[in-house]
Design a protein around this ligand. Structure first.
Ligand code: ZN
Length: 429
């Protein structure tokens, strides 16, 4: 039959078709297998990336939280506590202190008070605003005017002048008890410690801030406050009171031998041993805005320091800074400047009350520089006097130094702030 003739061809065609199908089938299977492997690989990659993504998202969240905290921290540190309208200036009641002008006797204790930025203008205005009652400072019998220029500027900053007052040497602005060429300058605190005296440092700024730092640390720049904080803990100073807890957060004051107090009550209850009192993360509040239960006054810190230090048979050296007269003067805020002056003068009063009952305690009061160029003007006519600021920065004016107690009359020979530092270092050498 005709079809039989084609049978072999048909068989060949079918066989070829079958072979082709088998080939295509194998090919598709191989491709499928390859695709499955690829799919698996992509799924693995995807889950790896998802888990990386989750981890990174979590890290970003943590970083965002910490940024928010840091921003809040920076804002807190940068803000000046209590800027709202200040209350009217109030006349301060003072105890009468009878000073024994002759001041004989041997020096056992030295109390050195520094009004940061407190020039003759601030002192004069404070006398007038205090109902023309003399300040306690003004009752001190011996006084002189001293220049304050630094090694590299006629207008000093608090670091260079703090260095002059703590060591007796000039240095460049910004340096903390290091000479311009980098030598360590011995401080009155160090010689007092070697002598065996107890030592104390009080400030209502941060205890790591320029003025107190000059008595406890040696660094090339006042901004190195973390390094200053470490040196403060190694300084051996027995009583350290002020603001600036932020810089001690990464440190261990207890391991360094300090009890830590953080409120007025804790401070007032504390009765012996080395103590670090930190009452604010940064500066302590201006006196008018402080919560008295949390932040002690400069006078309270001074009187507690005297109580804690006076047990030492070798006597004591205490430095007290009214550090925020400077800040209010930078702001040209007259009322706050006056309240800071009164708060500082109250600390001087507490000191004179202690010194006037004995003949072995020298009290010195000075400023590191004047701030704001505060002037008292007018007054010739019925308009009365007014106050003028001529700067929002430090000025190069001389500042007064006042003294009471044994050897107080020696300040009358002083002409420069290094004379004060040299004298203080000499007392314990
Ligand atoms: Zn200043």
């Amino acid at each position: 039959m005709g079809s039989q003739k084609y049978t072999p061809i048909l068989v060949i065609v079918l066989a070829l078709g079958l072979l082709g199908s088998i080939y295509l089938y194998a090919d598709a299977k191989a491709e499928l297998a390859a695709n499955m492997i690829e799919t698996h690989r992509l799924q693995t990659d995807f889950s790896q990336l998802s888990s990386n993504y989750d981890q990174l998202s979590a890290q970003i969240e943590t970083l965002r939280d910490s940024n928010t905290e840091l921003e809040a921290r920076i804002a807190e540190l940068e803000s000046t506590p209590g800027e709202p309208t200040p209350p009217p200036v109030v006349v301060v009641e003072r105890n009468e202190v009878t000073l024994n002008i002759s001041g004989s006797g041997t020096i056992r204790n030295v109390i050195f008070l520094i009004g940061d930025g407190m020039g003759v203008g601030q002192l004069s205005a404070a006398e007038y605003e205090n109902g023309q009652e003399s300040l306690s400072i003004s009752s001190m019998p011996y006084k002189a005017l001293v220049t304050t220029y630094s090694e590299n500027s006629f207008v000093t900053d608090s670091a260079a002048s703090g260095t002059a007052l703590a060591t007796g040497y000039k240095t460049n602005n910004g340096r903390i008890s290091l000479s311009a060429s980098g030598e360590i300058l011995t401080t009155v605190v160090e010689v007092a410690e070697d002598y065996g005296a107890a030592t104390g440092i009080v400030s209502n700024t941060r205890v790591t801030h320029a003025t107190p730092a000059c008595f406890m640390a040696h660094v090339s720049s006042r901004g190195m406050e973390s390094a200053i904080a470490s040196q403060v803990l190694e300084s051996g100073v027995d009583v350290i009171l002020g603001g600036g807890s932020y810089y001690f957060e990464a440190l261990d004051p207890i391991a360094a031998g300090y009890a830590v107090v953080t409120s007025t009550d804790e401070l007032l209850d504390y009765d012996s041993g080395k103590v670090l009192g930190l009452f604010a993360p940064s500066y302590m509040s201006y006196d008018d805005y402080r919560d008295p239960e949390v932040e002690p006054s400069v006078a309270e810190m001074t009187s507690k320091s005297i109580e804690l230090l006076s047990d030492d048979p070798e006597g004591f050296f205490l430095m007290v800074e009214g550090g925020r007269i400077d800040h209010a003067s930078h702001d040209n805020n007259f009322d706050v400047t006056m309240r800071e002056m009164f708060a500082f003068d109250e600390a001087v009063m507490v000191t004179l009350e202690y010194a006037s009952t004995r003949n072995d305690t020298l009290v010195l009061v000075t400023a590191d520089h004047e701030t704001g160029g505060l002037m008292i003007v007018g007054g010739y006519d019925s308009t009365g006097i007014s106050y003028k600021w001529i700067s929002d920065d430090h000025t190069g004016s001389m500042v007064p130094v006042y003294a009471y107690g044994p050897r107080a009359e020696e300040v009358m020979a002083f002409t420069d702030n290094t004379d004060i530092g040299e004298f203080l270092v000499g007392l314990f050498s």
